[in-house]
Design a protein around this ligand. Structure first.
Ligand SMILES: [Zn+2]
Length: 303
């Protein structure tokens, strides 16, 4: 089941990335958004000084070396494509391959709580109208700089914002340098857009192993996975895993049986936002943000 999820979501992302490459226009149903450049987060001077660049990168961000990253601390596991789970021994502790969690991974919560990945997107605004408790959004850097106004709405509503990488890469497939690039550019996007540096990080597709962790920890990031998956994203594919009603049945059961945990949802598309609003209706507002779940801080730094 899990392997299939990964493959299907990969196909979805692939389709969305291709559409973006070809049309270079906004795509509301996909993962990465090419925004209205006039409304982009301005590329800050400090980042030009640091990178020599004057514009935000595209879907493949360049690797900029950082003093504080010690490459010797990164274990030498093999990279692997999504769903190819025999590249390393089990001690690589892959979440998506083996459901392995490290001691510092967060995957649950004492209250059953929704979390939202892949925004900010135009669909996020509708969700914000309905959310009256503090919730958690894992944003893509590229979407954050392309939708700074929506990012600010999330922030102003008091929600917690974490990193979901720059452009939704499956990190275990990348070189160490490219993993660093995905993380550093997402952090710079959040810094430039929201004036804060994230503490919480959700790897796209749950793609994390001890090599990825050894890098993300050097940024001070802590990984947040999940223990309840709605498969909401599959509703916008040709082969949904579940009907909408089956998703609601799952949520009702989770609430009835255990009433604790972290639910994986998405605010990248109108459909998944509509589902999220119905799930919110089922669960009510007695939910926590990830930082509240673990009694942790919201951000490493706020400016
Ligand atoms: Zn995602």
């Amino acid at each position: 089941m899990h392997l299939l999820t990964v493959l299907l979501e990969a196909i979805l992302l692939e389709a969305s990335v291709q559409a973006v490459d070809i049309s270079a226009k906004k795509k509301s149903g996909g993962v990465a958004f090419i925004g209205d450049e006039l409304n982009q987060t301005p590329f800050p001077e400090w980042l030009t000084d640091f990178t020599g660049m004057t514009q935000w990168p595209g879907l493949v961000p360049p690797y900029i070396p950082l003093d504080f990253i010690d490459m010797d601390k990164i274990p030498d596991y093999n990279s692997y494509s999504q769903g190819v789970c025999d590249a390393n021994t089990r001690d690589a502790c892959s979440f998506d391959c083996d459901q392995c969690l490290a001691h510092d991974d967060i995957s649950t919560c004492r209250k059953l709580s929704q979390t939202f990945d892949d925004g900010p997107s135009p669909a996020t605004l509708k969700l914000l109208d309905y959310l009256h408790h503090k919730s958690t959004f894992f944003t893509l850097g590229i979407n954050s700089v392309n939708h700074p106004d929506i990012y600010h709405e999330i922030q102003d509503a008091g929600h917690l914002i974490g990193s979901h990488t720059w452009s939704h890469a499956y990190l275990p497939s990348l070189s160490n340098e490219d993993i660093i690039a995905q993380l550093e550019w997402s952090i710079w996007a959040m810094n430039a857009t929201g004036n804060h540096i994230p503490k919480w990080f959700r790897p796209p597709y749950g793609g994390i192993d001890n090599r990825v962790r050894a890098i993300s920890r050097q940024f001070g990031l802590q990984a947040v996975l999940w223990d309840h998956d709605t498969f909401d994203w599959s509703l916008v594919t040709n082969n949904p895993f579940k009907t909408e009603q089956e998703i609601y049945n799952d949520v009702a059961l989770w609430k009835l049986v255990e009433n604790r945990g972290l639910i994986l949802e998405h605010d990248g598309a109108r459909k998944t936002v509509d589902v999220a609003i119905n799930i919110l209706d089922l669960l009510g507002e007695d939910q926590l943000s990830v930082s509240e779940c673990v009694g942790g801080i919201d951000y490493i730094r706020e400016f």
